[in-house]
Design a protein around this ligand. Sequence first.
Ligand code: ADP
Ligand code: MG
Length: 375
Amino acid sequence: MAKVVLKNVYKSYGEVKAIRGVNLSCEEGQLLALLGPSGAGKTTTLKLIAGLEKCDGGEIFLNDRNVNEVSPFERNVAMTFENYALYPHFTVFENLAFPLRSPRRRHIYSEKDVRKKVEEIATLLGIHQLLDRRPTQLSGGQRQRVSLGRMLVTNPDVFLMDEPIAHLDAKLRYFLTGEIKKLQKRLGVTTIYTTHDYMEALAIGDRVAVINTGKVLQVGSPDEIFNRPNTEFIGKLIGDPPMNVLECEIVKKEKNYFLKIGELIHPLSARMAEKLLQEVKDGKSRVGIRPTDMQVSREKIPGYPEMEVYVSEPLGDKEILTLKKGNVSIQAKIKAGLESKVGEHLWVKFDFKRLHFFDRETGNRIHLDVEYLVL
Ligand code: ADP
Ligand code: MG
């Protein structure tokens, strides 16, 4: 097992700056989910750790040892690829045995050892009955298990999993996320797992690192990433439907503060408004409201705004409403049962404590520490 640390790492492919000063660490035995959209630099990061690519700048450490000049073999790191990279003309057994029969390891493992090790891993992954098949005779989920098995046979110190379940159907993905998490905890091997799916990242990661355009934007627990996104980009990346983010202004009428979002005027606690005004002098910022963080009611909520139902999408146990007021459009995700009609007016109340504010220019979170404020 090993601790992985990246310090100010850079990597370009010709003109393309794939990785631009990445700092990242994954503690021993931890599962770090690297979350980012396509092209963010996830695969490149893993290849740099595995030693399949060399960095242009910065340092990579495995257990406090700088491995910049260490060969992939000596790093004892194993990587699975998005497309599984199985040898089609080999059986499952031969695919699993391949790393053990490589010129580097041939002298370590006798054929008897190879058989023993392959059988042990196949049993662990529940693919023992598939050992004589070829990859084309396997389902996507089975191929994925073989690919995981090939990573496990050499007892690596670090697992690097590159979007391991991205190509599988939703139900199987859900199942395999749980399986991989259990397996990783059981083996206790330091793991970096990439995905473009925020649900997968939050579900599987002990910690989550958000990456975009070759830079790590935030590292935190799944809870921190969801509840305290550092930037508007991260706020919108996570959640379905995504966070509503709107231009807003704090206004004061007599003694009371309000949040003005276009024609929408919503009460705001004085403590929160004053704190926000300390941070943004003109009171203008961007407010982030998750679709789940509001109350929507047919009964009048005195003092709170009314909005018109523009679209209503039933989702079984949930309902997604697109609500409008003038030019302002907000999505709400509520429990099914309201059975709202398009054109109907409903009252809306945001959950103060769960509002996010972002700087209009930089998109950075404005920290209000509202959990410590009495609203
Ligand atoms: P991700 O895995 O997050 O989708 P990648 O790490 O594969 O992103 O790619 C990051 C950036 O580097 C992208 O702009 C991609 O086009 C570019 N890139 C990756 N590999 C190569 C390569 N071998 N040659 C040129 N550009 C590359
Ligand atoms: Mg990739």
